[in-house]
Design a protein around this ligand. Structure first.
Ligand code: NAP
Length: 227
């Protein structure tokens, strides 16, 4: 079993992420790509990250129609900050013997050597950085052969831009799946006075809204015991 582990904040998930996962799946011969939205931090720089329940729900909605995509809530359910080593340990325990490819933005991989238990991260997973064409990867210091880079033109779309567009009232049609756009509107996310933050704390944040309170969205019906 070859599994992609698509780690990200996904605030919100957009078409670029979906194309990146699909392309990585194709190029690396993956059986499945599991989207793993981060839990903490609630605050990133000067920005409050949207509650995990909303980010998780948007991932579930965005991936529901693809049998090769799944969503895991291991990072959302684990208390404390999200460390990739924990993500990989949990998913390895849930999928014994699977080859894991950790896929994320090439920029995010830059700091890999400073990540908790970086050696173990490198042992446990193949690292895949997805990036838009022309992006130059700053050497993360782990050797070029340890990181696979994949150019994804659709990654011109960014979550930052989507949040900004919603705030300005600009359309996000075709930049995110329709189900995600509807959810953003229904929940009033990314408005200047949006209540999608984390004031209620993680306990409230991990209660996914009715109908999506499952640990993992897997169209084949196979559960993810780590979820
Ligand atoms: P980030 O800094 O918010 O994102 C950096 C850049 O990468 C942004 O341009 C972002 O675009 C893009 N990006 C992020 N995830 C992506 C994905 N899956 N596919 C394509 N592009 C992606 O990154 P982050 O979300 O905090 O972290 C990414 C992953 O690395 C998470 O799984 C996180 O847990 C892990 N991480 C681990 C450690 C650690 O273990 N110490 C430290 C840092 C990060 P968008 O905003 O459009 O997504």
């Amino acid at each position: 079993m070859r599994l992609g582990v698509m780690g990200g904040t996904f605030d919100p998930i957009h078409v670029g992420h979906l194309v990146a996962a699909s392309e990585a799946g194709f190029l690396l011969g993956l059986d499945e790509v599991i989207f793993v939205p981060t839990g903490q931090p609630w605050q990133k720089g000067h920005r409050q990250v949207t509650a995990a329940s909303h980010r998780l729900t948007m991932c579930l909605r965005a991936t529901a129609d693809n049998p090769r995509f799944a969503v895991s809530r291991v990072d959302v359910d684990r208390p404390g900050p999200t460390y990739t080593v924990d993500t990989l340990r949990d998913l390895a325990a849930a999928h014994p013997g699977a080859h894991l490819a950790f896929i994320t933005g090439a920029d995010a991989l830059r700091g890999i050597l400073t990540w908790r238990d970086a050696d173990e991260v490198l042992r446990r997973a193949q690292l895949v950085g997805v990036t838009r064409p022309g992006h130059v990867l700053v050497d993360p210091g782990v050797g070029a052969d340890r990181v696979t880079l994949i150019d994804v033109p659709a990654l011109a779309i960014s979550s930052t831009d989507i949040r900004d567009r919603v705030r300005r009232g600009a359309p996000i049609d075709y930049l995110v799946p329709a189900e995600v756009a509807e959810y953003i509107t229904e929940q009033g996310l990314y408005q200047p006075d949006a209540g999608g933050g984390v004031a209620a704390g993680l306990g409230a944040a991990i209660e996914a809204p009715a109908g999506v309170g499952v640990a993992v969205n897997h169209p084949s019906g196979r559960g993810d015991s780590a979820g």
